[in-house]
Ligand binder design. Sequence first.
Ligand code: GLC
Length: 807
Amino acid sequence: MQTSETIHPDKLHGGTVAAKRSGIGAISRVEELDRGYLCIGDRANLALSFLDEHLFRVKLTFDACPDWTTTPGVLPWEKTIQPSREDTERGFLFTTKKLSVRIDAEDASITVTDAEGNVIGRQTSFSWDARGAVTGCFAMDERSHFYGLGEKTSYLDKRGESYTMWNTDVYAPHVPEIEALYQSIPLLLHVHDGASCGIFLDNPGRTTFDMRSRSDLFAIESKTGDYDYYFIYGPELKQVISCYTALTGRMQMPPKWALGYHQSKYSYKSEEEVLALARTFRDKRIPCDVIHLDIHYMDEYRVFTFDSDRFPQPQNMIAELKKMGFHIVPIVDPGVKQDPKYPVYREGVLEDRFCKKLEGDVYFGDVWPGRSAFPDFTKQETAAWWGDLHRYYTDMGIAGIWNDMNEPAVFNESKTMDLDVVHDNNGKMKTHEEWHNLYGMLMSKATFEGLQRHLEGERPFVLTRAGYSGIQRYAAVWTGDNRSFWEHMAMAMPMVLNMGLSGIPFAGPDIGGFAHHTNKQLLIRWTQMGALFPFCRNHNVGDFLDQEPWAFDQETEDICRAFIGLRYQLMPYLYTLFHEAAQTGIPVMRPLLLEYPEDQQLSNLCDQFLLGRDLLVAPIYRPDTEHRTVYLPEGEWFDYWTGTPYTGGQHLTVHAPLDTMPLFVRGGAIIPHEPLKQHAADQTEASLLFHLYGGAPNSSYVLYEDDGLTYAYEKGAYNLLRVEAECTGRGLKLGYEYERKEYEPAPRKLCFYLHGLDPDAVTIEGLERLAAKPEDDAEGWYVDERCHCVVIAVRDDKSERTIELNW
Ligand code: GLC
């Protein structure tokens, strides 16, 4: 017998009818609205709002009155500006001080020009189908380069690529054809002939960015939800990033310990193991601040518990670790084990905290604890409840939490929550299909805010795997389950560089690779590189070969110690860069093109990077390799290790045996260091060491510092210390000045390391030449043979000072 299913449309010749697509048609008039304009089209309307001289918002709408609410990715933005407006037969022109937007009357295309009339962006069409999928097409040509898009595989320039935004738990493979990973940052940066602009599509559902299919157009498509984008004009790329991060928020200053070295494993499984690990770091004098606890610390993977056999006294363990200068960061996943005897689950059900289907049933999915329910973080009370549950950890002395599996990952065919789960969103319901990409960020937001409430003035640290635009406000990001492959080490550079360009300055990969077996060379080379990434954590699966810095042999241990130590010596530089990122959104780790936008060689250079403006890092990322090419941009550069000067604008072949990594300093740079410490709060030898490199007639640097731990800096308790060097013809005038001094550091010395001076030809006014570094607080100058520097050591007891050097 056959049923009607035999003639199901899908089984008939021709299959389903192709979806018809519509476009806006002609624009007949423009209406002025409260926060902008409504361009009335034949089949849909375009809402336009000007948020700033170089920032406007476009929303496709079918209503007469557009809804200007945004997703939680965007910060409240009250201000709008009124552009001048001109209506002609051909179209409608809106002009701000920086740009003009013309909406074509005939076809609703949008053309953006700069103040000189150059076209900086053009949307040629909008189209949509009956199910609500919308496509916008935008003009590009052979001079277009694309960046941003957050955490994506492949190279730096995304030209010729196509990506999907759909937070996905990808254990494997992280290869160029994987279009979606854990994070979704729908920000596309388009650089064309030196002019940069950004398109940020604020849609946390499934979206795609296709820069591959056509050579004259790129397409941005949303599957569902609002087609609501922001056009951000630079012309400098840095201006676009600053504006995007003004819109989606910036990182707060993390606690300084979070900038230290982190050690992790899936999993360190007992108190003894964790304590032994910490002692090994201290015994071997390998600096480290953080130990992560992966899922085995819990009682059968129930979040907010410790396994009482393996971790019988977590509080004591944490206190002991704290004495040694370690912080513990335990993992917290969103899945709450279904178990009526487990208080978190019971409370969650009774208080209606979990995600549900429209019909009212709690949604369950399988994750590490088995069948689990998932908090609905879109609901204010649930977010507050979850945040407050973290008192369990803060009461034990924990200030950092690692959020994982928060795409959310579910062990099923779709890899995530059912799309028809509904999120409460405080009464303004959204389906999971519409808000999937927000789940992880809202979890980290609830976590961060909960920790803030319970840490009594201390800064929290949150690490997350999943995120959406704005995640930088709450968490650092690691790039998920990479493998111990050289290819993955190399890919981490463009990936984290693009994350930085996408507003996420605090990011890094699992050093050494998470899955698969690392080896001696790979661990060494990856540690060298990772030590100069913003986030620095070694993490792996315990079933594979161990990869703690001492896991192989003495040589590996020594090299890892040296490079982790380098990170600690550079901490004042790093911390100042984090402050810059918190203030402006400009990333800590930068592709060269960000600093040298005029240089045509740089559009896809991503096997070397800049740490801030002044340090150029060129890792060795292949096995059995001791040489590589390094490109030095214009200006003068110095080899960090030998001080050898080089003229920029050239490719160098650099020799880098296993114990070193090519590292260069920009001529004229002043790089602050501190003496080697074992952890961020280590008080041994308080001094600040400024390394000054020649190559420029004048140089200056402003160091930022605060207590590294609390929010006192927000109330003004921080210092800005300016160091300046000026060539005088007879020598050098070196000066420092506290532009602000509201934080009192421990009594210390300021030491100025002058590279490239002949000590025998120098006299320094008012300071005596010493035979060696003074042990006490004596002032004077001496020669440091290791770096061939003249070193001036003075007490940090004046608010400003000038020192004259003559030769
Ligand atoms: C996921 C995480 C990984 C973690 C593991 C166990 O795979 O990405 O970092 O170690 O889960 O919790």
